[in-house]
Design a protein around this ligand. Structure first.
Ligand code: RFL
Ligand code: PHB
Length: 394
């Protein structure tokens, strides 16, 4: 079989790339290790930046997002027992974010792909990427006990942090930057109304907590927990008790609890790969970089990598120029490092680090006090949170 672009991974990056390429008349096939149900079952991101919203519109999959997504113009920072609103909209000249779950984004993209009759090979085993240092790269995989080979012009590695594409690059050609944080996030999804109409990011002496949501009747909450904790240690009752202890009195009173419909622990990591292109192989999304979720940047960065990649491929096929391809890494990495820096800074500001004593708690509280009471301080957070435009300053 032959295609122009072989996409590895049917997460949000791979599916969005497939859809944008299809709109541009470029042929692509997606190869995914898991089943569609498994991909849809992963509860992850919840906050979309304007650039991501625009890209989903461009891909023709924005209709349900605009109907069901919740537009948020601000969020609360909670520290020393009090909440302070960051007026994102007012501080950024009218920018907002959209609360719409990654599961829904993925579902919309999958439906559009199916409606357009585009090919996704799910449950592909032993996927390997070959000859990407040449102009005849290939993807091999096993499905239903049979060996398959796809010949292509380019391979898009959209296969997440644990994928096969990045690990196929010779060690001497790639540089990796990594920081692993000494705690994780325990997340609970529940069919209960959110405690507040906007998100609450909480710095407490007991550790970080986040009150997020998926709709007016579905909540998503997170607690900072030690990496050694297991799900078995966290009954629903224990989760709600601990969350209450990290909230302010008003939120504590308003919190509606109920059975969890999903519960998981995610480790926190900052990670960047340089470069992101190796001959005919491109990395995009979590395959190339990871941010701690504190800044809500992972999915948004994945979407902008995909946009840059798609533009480069369109230039290659339509305008017969290699410039976009040659620029891909540099263009992505500038934006990625900006988001990596913000996510790392915000994580440091909001979490309790085991190696830090009470003085660091005091430093964090003083910095938060400064940020929420200084217009330029609050604007710095707001500008970073709403994200950069696609083409930001030279
Ligand atoms: P994904 O979603 O990991 O998809 C990769 C796909 O590749 C498949 N795959 C393979 N396929 C074939 N062959 C192989 N060898 C393969 N190996 C893997 C996998 O099965 C999978 O289907 O990467 P992608 O598409 O780059 O998307 C990235 C996002 O999922 C991620 O950045 C976000 O979820 C991060 N994130 C958030 N991002 C935001 O922008 N806003 C948020 O509010 C936000 N909250 C979060 C988050 C991530 C979290 N966790 C669990 C890490 C909250 C959490 C808790
Ligand atoms: C989420 O709703 O899952 C979510 C929201 C904001 C974050 C991280 C995760 O910063």
């Amino acid at each position: 079989m032959r295609t122009q672009v072989a996409i590895i991974g049917a997460g949000p990056s791979g599916l969005l790339l497939g859809q944008l390429l299809h709109k541009a008349g470029i042929d692509a096939v997606i190869i995914e290790r898991q089943t569609p149900e498994y991909v849809l079952g992963r509860i992850r991101a919840g906050v979309l930046e304007q650039v991501c919203i625009d890209l989903l519109d461009e891909a023709g999959v924005g209709k349900r997002m605009h109907q069901e997504g919740l537009v948020h113009g601000g969020f609360d920072l909670l520290f020393k027992g009090s909440r302070h609103r960051i007026d994102m909209n007012g501080l950024t000249g009218g920018k907002n974010v959209m609360v719409y779950g990654q599961t829904e984004v993925t579902r919309d993209l999958m439906d559009a792909r199916q409606a357009a009759g585009l090919i996704t090979h799910y449950e592909a085993l032993d996927v390997s990427v070959q000859d990407f240092d040449s102009q005849q790269p290939k993807v091999r995989y096993v499905k239903d006990g049979k060996n398959h080979e796809i010949q292509c012009d380019f391979i898009a590695g959209c296969d997440g942090f644990h994928g096969v594409c990045r690990s196929s690059v010779p060690a001497g050609s790639i540089q990796e930057f990594e920081k692993v944080y000494p705690f994780g996030w325990l997340g609970v999804l529940s069919d209960t109304p959110p405690v507040h109409h906007e998100l609450i990011y909480a710095n407490s002496q007991r550790g970080f907590a986040l009150c997020s949501q998926r709709s007016t009747s579905r909540s998503r909450y997170y607690l900072q927990v030690p990496l050694t904790d297991t799900l078995a240690q966290w009954s629903d009752a224990a989760f709600w008790d601990e969350l209450r202890l990290r909230l302010d009195p008003q939120a504590r009173d308003h919190l509606v609890t109920g059975p969890s419909i999903e519960k998981s622990i995610a480790p926190l990591r900052s990670f960047v790969t340089e470069p992101m292109r190796f001959g005919s192989l491109f990395l995009a999304g979590d395959a190339a970089h990871i941010v701690p979720p504190t800044g809500a940047k992972g999915l948004n960065l994945a979407a902008t990598d995909v946009k840059y990649l798609c533009s480069a491929l369109i230039e290659f096929y339509q305008d017969k120029t290699q410039a976009g391809i040659d620029n891909y890494s540099q263009r992505c990495l500038r934006r990625i490092w900006r988001a990596e820096r913000f996510s790392w800074w915000f994580t440091n500001l909001m979490h309790k680090f085991p190696e830090n004593g009470p003085i660091v708690q005091k430093f964090q509280e003083a910095e938060l006090d400064y940020l929420v009471h200084s217009e330029s301080g609050a604007r710095t957070i707001a500008e970073n949170y709403v994200g950069l435009p696609l083409d930001f300053g030279a």
